[in-house]
Write a protein of this length. Structure first.
Length: 716
């Protein structure tokens, strides 16, 4: 009786919202249909007169708000045109979702069950049915464009084997994929497979799919690496027709082509790369001029000479957009005959190159520069370790050249940092692998002076090429279309959060003007060097930064403190560099500026592919970290708290940089609650606190290769 009495009270605002949601959700099933209040009352199962009266009032209010159209007295339909928007959908693990709409200050919440047949990251049209409160809420009308249709998962067959479901990692897909018997393609129960979504009927809870590839047994090394490739849509090999076209290329050095180029074969030239590198796409030359200045040549493989616009190789390179460096293999942008042979500046071989040549005084001031196509001859191939040994005092080939280049590079680097560049020397996690790709050990790759030597001259070339195209001889901006690498200013709110967080460790951050801020960040990075919290503070500092992207609209590069910056120095592995080479040559030949629109589309696509490659690389590292630790389940480790959430604390092991989770529900000594202000969890009874950056002892209780996930138990 009390429930009934409560319901038939005069509806308040909350009651209006609940009924409005029900009406709009029901009408979303029939977005083009006209419905009267009787049809709606029947559909919503509003049976008594009070409910029906309330329904009529809410319908009138929705019409007055333009969320419904009263097409004739008592007949309503959705006002799709006024209330619909387009955005990208992002599902939560609960099945609810948020849609990011360009121009909106907040994402639109989609309750569970209101996402229709949308999948993760699809472009969707949605209708907003609550725009009055702080949280906008809506429902999906239709999927405009699928983000992807192929997913990796584990096949679970029914007992009779007549159908199955592919269970996909929830971060990729919030539902399982139903596969009928005719679409199983011979896959067995428990296989890791690639499934393609082919349909999603209105009355089905799951999308329908078919198996397009059977990868094999979950947990197997090759299976899991191929699963990462499939998960990110990365090809494992080149199409036959692309390989055939590459095989037909004439890669010989022709006398008539040399005549069209600046011949720099007699200038001392060397390459410095990782010891395990197979492609060498950049080289440095150095010689002293009669006036006492230095001529420094930055020579880049002339990929554009071989990769002609519109060719099959070019189309494939454009599609890939970047090489992808997984933990045990490379997915190259170009076929091997180019990446490892014709365009690799191997020692004692003549090569076609595209060069930026600088006349530089003894204080690294640029007196003159020249850009154009060259032919070069590499006298020496060095690993970074070889060059570093020379820098640290050992003898070696081309010792004088290396020491001079290093001295000039140090001046360039110091000047760049003084101008406000930020010095992130992020440590890379590397693995020693056996012949089957299994990890034998973990080591860290750190940047030393030899790395900085190469980095500074590559940065210089990228900067000066960009300036050459963008500025006329008087220093005024041109309107020439070019491919820029841009990096926006950091988010002020994120910087403030970083400042508040590091305060608990005794560090400060001066958020003044641009120069003061970057100087303060650099000082912070120096202060944390070698400390337990170094990796965590560096990671958080990097997260305050915007993402660098490609664009034809130049806004400069915040992190490097350059007004003009482009990518010119790695055309073997980055398609934007090939575009930059082509445009630079076009302008050197006196060509007019082309329409920027198709180039901007290519920039957006290349940026998206770059993010995908970074995610794939990160996944492969996680996989190898878990594989390295899987036989150490039950062992205890010292670690640092690297993340704190309402569901648990993340622990990073310093020896491997592997990260795992301690679930809050598994910490038995108290009931812990997440304190988001202080990045900590606090025991309700004991008031014991675990904070971001704290050193803890943990036991490894589970290593899940398929999920690339480690689970820890907190010991103390």
């Amino acid at each position: 009786m009390s429930k009934k009495k409560k319901f038939i009270k005069t509806p308040n605002e909350q009651g209006y919202k609940q009924t409005a949601h029900k009406i709009l959700r029901y009408m979303l099933k029939y977005p083009s249909k006209q419905l009267n209040h009787k049809q709606l009352a029947s559909g919503l199962q509003f049976r008594n007169s009070k409910q029906k009266d309330h329904l009529i009032k809410v319908l009138s209010k929705l019409a007055s708000k333009n969320q419904l159209i009263e097409v004739s007295p008592g007949k309503f339909k959705l006002n799709v045109e006024n209330n619909s928007v387009v955005g990208v959908i992002d599902f939560t693990t609960s099945g609810a979702a948020y849609v990011n709409v360009e121009g909106f200050d907040q994402d639109i919440y989609i309750p569970k069950g209101q996402s229709k047949n949308a999948l993760q990251n699809d472009l969707v049209q949605l209708i907003i049915h609550d725009n009055s409160g702080k949280k906008k809420e809506g429902s999906i009308l239709e999927v405009i464009q699928r983000n992807r249709t192929q997913y990796v998962g584990i096949l679970e067959l029914s007992k009779d084997g007549h159908y199955g479901f592919v269970n996909v990692d929830q971060t990729s897909l919030h539902v399982d994929i139903y596969v009928s018997s005719k679409n199983l393609a011979g896959a067995q129960n428990g296989d890791k497979v690639v499934a393609e979504v082919i349909d999603w009927p209105e009355d089905a809870d799951s999308p329908f799919g078919k198996i397009i590839d059977v990868l094999g047994t979950p947990g197997d090394h090759e299976v899991e690496i191929h699963a990462i490739l499939a998960e990110y849509g990365l090809p494992s090999k080149f199409p036959e027709e692309v390989e055939a076209e590459a095989a037909q290329l004439d890669t010989s050095i022709k006398p008539e082509e040399i005549k069209r180029r600046r011949d720099m074969r007699d200038v001392p030239t060397l390459t410095i790369d990782p010891a395990d590198a197979k492609d060498f796409d950049d080289a440095l030359s150095i010689q002293k001029l009669e006036n006492g200045n230095w001529e420094i040549g930055v020579h880049i493989a002339d990929v554009a000479h071989y990769v002609q616009p519109g060719s099959l190789i070019d189309q494939e390179a454009h599609e890939r957009a970047t090489s992808v460096y997984l933990v045990d293999r490379v997915v190259p942008m170009l076929p091997e005959i180019l990446s490892n042979e014709a365009c690799s500046l191997r020692p004692n071989e003549e090569k076609y190159t595209f060069s930026a040549v600088f006349e530089m005084d003894d204080n690294a001031n640029i007196v003159n520069n020249w850009f154009g196509r060259t032919v070069t001859y590499s006298d020496k191939r060095m690993a970074y370790e070889d060059a570093q040994d020379i820098i640290e005092g050992k003898d070696g080939d081309m010792k004088d050249e290396v020491l001079t280049l290093n001295r000039l590079a140090k001046i360039l680097r110091q000047r760049r940092l003084e101008n406000g560049a930020i010095s992130f020397d992020k440590v890379e996690v590397k693995f020693k692998l056996d012949d089957k790709g299994n990890p034998l050990g973990v080591y860290f790759k750190e940047s030393k002076e030899a790395n900085h030597l190469i980095e500074e001259f590559m940065l210089l070339a990228n900067k000066k090429v960009s300036e050459f195209v963008s500025l006329d001889k008087k220093g005024k901006e041109t309107d020439r279309t070019f491919i820029y690498r841009i990096h926006d200013d950091p988010n002020p709110d994120k910087l403030l959060s970083l400042k508040q967080f590091i305060k608990q460790f005794g560090y400060g951050l001066n958020l003044g003007d641009r120069k003061e801020t970057t100087d303060s960040i650099n000082n912070l990075l120096k202060e944390v060097k070698g400390k337990g919290e170094e990796n965590m503070v560096e990671t958080l500092a990097m997260r305050t930064m915007s993402k660098a992207i490609y664009s034809t609209e130049n806004i400069g590069h915040y992190g490097l403190a350059f007004d003009y910056y482009s990518h010119f120095t790695s055309p073997i592995r980055r398609y934007p560099d090939i575009m930059a080479h082509r445009l630079l040559q076009h302008y050197l030949d006196g060509g007019k500026s082309p329409n920027p629109e198709p180039y901007e589309e290519d920039c957006e696509y290349s940026s998206q592919r770059e993010r995908l490659a970074a995610d794939a690389e990160r996944d492969s590292i996680k996989f190898m970290q878990v594989k390295y630790l899987e036989d150490q389940v039950g062992e205890e480790f010292h670690g640092l708290i690297s993340g704190v959430t309402e569901w648990g604390i993340y622990i990073e092991l310093p020896d491997s940089r592997a990260e795992g989770l301690v679930k809050l529900r598994n910490i038995r000594d108290d009931h812990y609650v997440f304190d988001h202000t202080n990045y900590s969890i606090v025991g309700q009874r004991t008031k014991k606190e675990y904070r971001l950056g704290d050193a803890v002892k943990v036991k490894l209780v589970n290593a899940d290769l398929m999920k690339k996930q480690l689970d820890f138990e907190l010991i103390g």
